[in-house]
Design a protein around this ligand. Sequence first.
Ligand code: ZN
Length: 343
Amino acid sequence: MPPMEPTGRYARQERLAQIGPEGQAALGRATAAVVGLGALGSTAADLLARAGVGRLLLFDRDVVELHNLQRQSLYDEEDARRGRPKADAARARLERVNSSIRIEARALDLCAENAEAELAGAELYLDGTDNFATRYLLNDLAVLRGRPYVYAGVVGTYGLSGAVLPGGPCLRCTWPEPPPPSETPTCRSAGVLGPAVAATAALAAGEALKILSGHMEAVFPGFRYLDLWTGEHRALRARRDPDCPCCARGEHPWLEGRRGARRAEPLCGGDAVQLPAAGPPPDLEALARRLEGTVGELERQPGWLRFREGGLELLLFADGRALVRGTEDPGRARALRDRTVGA
Ligand SMILES: [Zn+2]
């Protein structure tokens, strides 16, 4: 008898010696969360759905806009015209891609108050976020719960990806503190090349598939950097910091809400949202220089900075607090703050 040829939907993947029928079955039993459904999250969620990860939990707080379509592969012009929440549009698209898996999507702002409950069923967290507050929150939760966390970040023509494994070095072993917002280029200020996002998301999804198919030993022990324009490719081995505030000393300030994304509050009177400071006080002068020419009606005064963007007005105070006018949706307000000012 010749060896049996797999003919099903996952035949080419089961054919891989590294995965095989056992690995495929493990993927089918797995639950993975994709946090953030922009370009990274779109590509990664699409790869995981097609690979047959049995249950996907999808999170995003924003709506589809026309300028997303250059790189966010789950959405189309109709989604942008309707201003559809990305969580809904992503679920609808992925259900058409693979109807044999379970997809749960939530249009919410993942923050200290809800992260633990929302991610309770996930065996792995995949990073599709655009801000360091949520990344450090995911790192806190991953270390506390002993879950793998796959990091991914892209700006301009380069990206960085890597996995944090239970018992291994965490994000803060390598980067104890998030970079200050005034020194962090964003996709808005620096632009972003679609293939750079796709490549970085593919690296992240690859690590996720190794973990979920039961091959933790194959995961690269650190971070990989790739610049699609220059061709530069670097691998950074991560080392456990015996004095790491998170995985050694057991501090989880983002998860406890002492730092980063606390819940944003709609202001009474309506049509405005107040966002608490996301970190140390910003350097308003440096931010103003960086935002110049990329936003409308930029105004810098002692103690505050104001500009308009996408029909909304953002007022940033010297203590880091922000007021967003033109919406009552905290997620939309936070998304504007993160993609312009940074988290
Ligand atoms: Zn650590």
